[in-house]
Design a protein around this ligand. Structure first.
Ligand SMILES: C[S@@+](CC[C@H](N)C(=O)[O-])C[C@H]1O[C@@H](n2cnc3c(N)ncnc32)[C@H](O)[C@@H]1O
Length: 307
């Protein structure tokens, strides 16, 4: 009896089919790579949530580096220091013991929280240094005047939108890792002979001062106007009387604006009186801008200054 052969016949791959399959595979790889690049870039700009979070291991900041981090932030007894991922509590404890600041450490590992509390007791600062078992991503950041971090680059980037929204003037210090396009206001390199990782035994410490959001059109007396574009703490735009605008560059340091044009400088302080009543007051002005000194500019409600 003839048994029908149910095996698939072995077919030679024709060159056209092979070529089409290769093209399809290449397109798939390109699409996947393109999607990855898109999400990485969208995430870097703070547009998309980071889909996967890396684990942050427990590695301590050496003692001398801890002190330098707090010095870079200018910590003093008026400050409230928040350490995100506080490990054995050393940053908050040092801020209390050496600089007189109050502080909070949030840490996900319960044993480290217990150890931090014991360390705070032993250092005699348990009344100033609090530790909570808490996810740093679920922590209210708004009470802090200084935030310290020894995390990972991706985690810093994930925190960036929340950090940028904090009260202008809040100081942020990160051990080793930066925040992508939000360049630090200051970076120190310090020797770290007791560092567990890295061959160089150096630590990079980065400081950012949360900038006030000042992008937009600002209107002053007698046709004075400032049109400001802002990317993080950097400004560029135009300023002057209506028919005589000059290009400017500037930066925002908390609520203080510094503006420059060739031969000209101005410093202004931002005062927020409710969401609708932002005022920039010119405290210092030189060169062709000297006459602006003392003047106040208000945020325009529309895209023109009304006379
Ligand atoms: C590199 S260690 C830094 C410890 C300490 N801040 C220091 O500088 O010595 C990072 C710490 O973050 C903690 N951590 C990781 N993910 C966390 C999360 N989602 N919430 C709170 N803590 C976290 C880890 O357990 C670890 O103790």
């Amino acid at each position: 009896m003839n048994v029908p052969d149910t095996r698939r016949p072995h077919r030679a791959v024709r060159p056209v089919a092979w070529f089409a399959a290769c093209r399809a595979l290449t397109a798939l790889i390109c699409t996947a790579a393109g999607t990855a690049v898109f999400w990485a870039s969208a995430f870097a700009q703070g547009l998309a949530p980071m889909p996967v979070m890396e684990e942050v291991p427990f590695i301590t900041t050496p003692d001398n580096v801890t002190v330098s981090m707090l010095e870079l932030a200018g910590v003093n007894s008026q400050d409230f220091v928040l350490d995100l991922g506080s490990g054995d509590g050393r940053i908050v404890i040092t801020a209390a013991r050496r600089f007189g600041a109050r502080g909070l450490g949030v840490e996900i590992v319960p044993e480290l929280v217990e150890r931090s509390r014991r360390n705070a007791q032993a250092a005699g600062v348990a009344d100033k240094a609090e530790f909570r078992e808490q996810d740093l991503f679920k922590t209210d950041l708004t009470a802090a005047s200084v935030i310290t971090m020894y995390l990972l680059p991706a985690v810093n980037l994930q925190l960036r939108p929340a950090l940028l929204g904090l009260t202008p003037g809040t100081r942020l210090v990160s051990h080793d890792w930066d925040m992508g396009q939000w360049t630090p206001d200051r970076t120190w390199t310090v020797e770290a002979p007791a560092k567990y990782i890295g061959r160089e035994k150096l630590s990079q410490l980065h400081l950012w001062v949360v900038p006030a959001p000042v992008a937009g059109l600002w209107c002053g007396p007698a046709g004075l106007q400032w049109q400001l574009g802002q990317e993080f703490q950097m400004l560029r735009g135009q300023a002057g009387r209506t028919a005589d605008l000059s290009l400017l560059l500037g930066r925002v340091d908390g609520n203080t604006l510094h503006l420059w044009a060739p031969g000209a400088y101005a410093r202004a302080e931002r005062h927020q009186q409710g969401a609708q009543a932002d005022v920039l007051r010119v405290m210092e002005a030189s060169g062709p801008w000297t006459s602006w000194r003392g003047q106040a500019l208000r945020k325009a409600a529309a895209d023109q200054c009304t006379p």
